[in-house]
Design a protein around this ligand. Structure first.
Ligand SMILES: C[S@@+](CC[C@H](N)C(=O)[O-])C[C@H]1O[C@@H](n2cnc3c(N)ncnc32)[C@H](O)[C@@H]1O
Length: 238
């Protein structure tokens, strides 16, 4: 153990997020929504299940995570085992057909499936009355985002419009955890970019992949870095 051990531990968790909101913000958010050891949390599209791991370690919640990709789930399960955490279960499946008889205190919608309205309706199906619906969502930092960004990400609304949309759907925003520049760079270059570059090394003649890699980097440097943000929004009905 040295002065950096806790920091490195947190970086390890950050490295296993497929999103741009850092662990310390996720913990603050969990504290604000009043998580405790009697609560159950469902993460739809959980990736490695890192958010559930962090909240279970910090607040003692019980968690269930669903994701399509076996690779993410196996790495996530290994990490949970290493920390001797048995209150989080990760299940392979498609969230659009997922069935569960349990209702949860908190449901996280980590990916937009269809429209925002469709996504929140899916999460609501599993939420206890009075529970907190969490939505991880990209947004535009400017009122009129460049067309290139709209073409790349489809729906990127400015925060005020996103808030109006949540209101129209019957929710108020009661918490928000924001991204950081460092987390974007970790995600774009170190997580996603490096995976694609390794694929390109194995398939050097794959022109389609090469074009995608160029587009991915250019979209970040020319547009996403300036105009796009991501946050975890806590939504409640009143
Ligand atoms: C943006 S990542 C977020 C992962 C995680 N919440 C995090 O922050 O690390 C979106 C995840 O959604 C998963 N996904 C996309 N569509 C899905 C579906 N229909 N059912 C289950 N998982 C899905 C992907 O495999 C991916 O892991």
């Amino acid at each position: 153990m040295n002065h950096y051990s806790n920091y490195i531990y947190m970086l390890e968790d950050n490295a296993h997020l497929i999103s741009m909101v850092p662990v310390e913000e996720l913990v603050r958010f969990g504290y604000e929504i009043g998580l405790n050891e009697d609560m159950k949390v469902l993460d739809l599209c959980c990736g490695y299940g890192t958010l559930l791991k962090v909240w279970s370690e910090a607040f003692g919640i019980e968690g269930v995570g669903i994701d399509l990709v076996d690779e993410f789930l196996s790495i996530g399960r290994e990490r949970l085992k290493k920390c001797q955490m048995d209150k989080v279960t990760l299940i392979q499946g498609d969230v659009t057909t997922y069935q569960d008889t349990c209702k949860y205190d908190v449901v996280i919608c980590s990916e937009t499936i269809g429209s925002s309205a469709d996504t929140l309706a899916l999460g609501e199906k599993f939420l206890k009355p009075g529970g907190v619906l969490c939505y991880q969502k990209l947004y535009s930092k400017v009122m009129n985002p460049p067309q290139e960004l709209i073409d790349f990400d489809e729906e990127v609304l400015p925060l005020s419009e996103l808030n109006s949309l949540f209101n129209q759907l019957g929710y108020s925003m009661t918490s928000m955890a924001s991204d950081t520049q460092g987390m974007w760079e970790r995600y774009v270059l170190n997580w996603s970019g490096k995976r694609d570059l390794l694929r390109l090394k194995a398939e050097p003649d794959n022109e389609q992949l090469r074009n995608w890699v160029n587009k991915w980097y250019n979209m970040y440097f020319d547009y996403r870095r300036q105009y796009e943000g991501q946050a975890l929004f806590g939504l409640q009905r009143f």
